[in-house]
Write a protein that binds this ligand. Structure first.
Ligand SMILES: [Zn+2]
Length: 153
């Protein structure tokens, strides 16, 4: 999923790390010939890329970013019937975390840039839903699911 670069920092080894609007960080290294990014080595090149989109693999993998000053709202869904479906969309300002307590659910995610991905989740598994994505959650069996919503203050 594409996320906008909001700034830069370096890691312990001095490699450049892009700060992304989603809250994740992504290394950008000049590694020719496969990953040429000579622009990351100078300050003008880096500042030219602030505001530009870059792919965020952590969003795509459903990993929750480190959140600061958030308040969490927890919702339990206890689906007694199979084939229950929740469709959520237009979440523009908060992350959600889907935690499957028991049973099996199918999660279909449409990212803000139009990419989609699907997962089967079983008891004990979780996925984070990035800001701006729409999702569809469908039960395959009796399932208990915890939805945690994180609002940044
Ligand atoms: Zn991200």
């Amino acid at each position: 999923m594409q996320q906008v670069i909001t700034g830069w920092t370096t890691d312990d080894e001095g490699d450049w790390v892009a700060l992304l609007a989603c809250g994740h960080r992504r290394h950008v290294r000049h590694r020719p010939p496969l990953f040429p990014a000579p622009w990351v080595l100078d300050e003008i090149g880096r500042s030219d890329h602030v505001g530009q989109p870059i792919d965020c693999g952590r969003c795509r993998q459903g990993i929750l970013p480190p959140l600061t000053d958030e308040t969490a709202t927890l919702t339990w869904i206890d689906a007694r019937a199979t084939d229950v479906e929740w469709v959520m969309g237009g979440r523009t300002n908060h992350w959600e975390l889907v935690v499957v307590a028991e049973g099996r659910v199918h999660l279909e995610l449409t990212f803000a840039d139009g990419d989609t991905t699907t997962w089967w989740l079983e008891g004990g598994m979780q996925r984070a839903l990035p800001v701006g994505c729409a999702y569809r959650l469908r039960t395959a069996t009796h399932a208990s699911v915890l939805l945690a919503r994180f609002d940044q203050s």
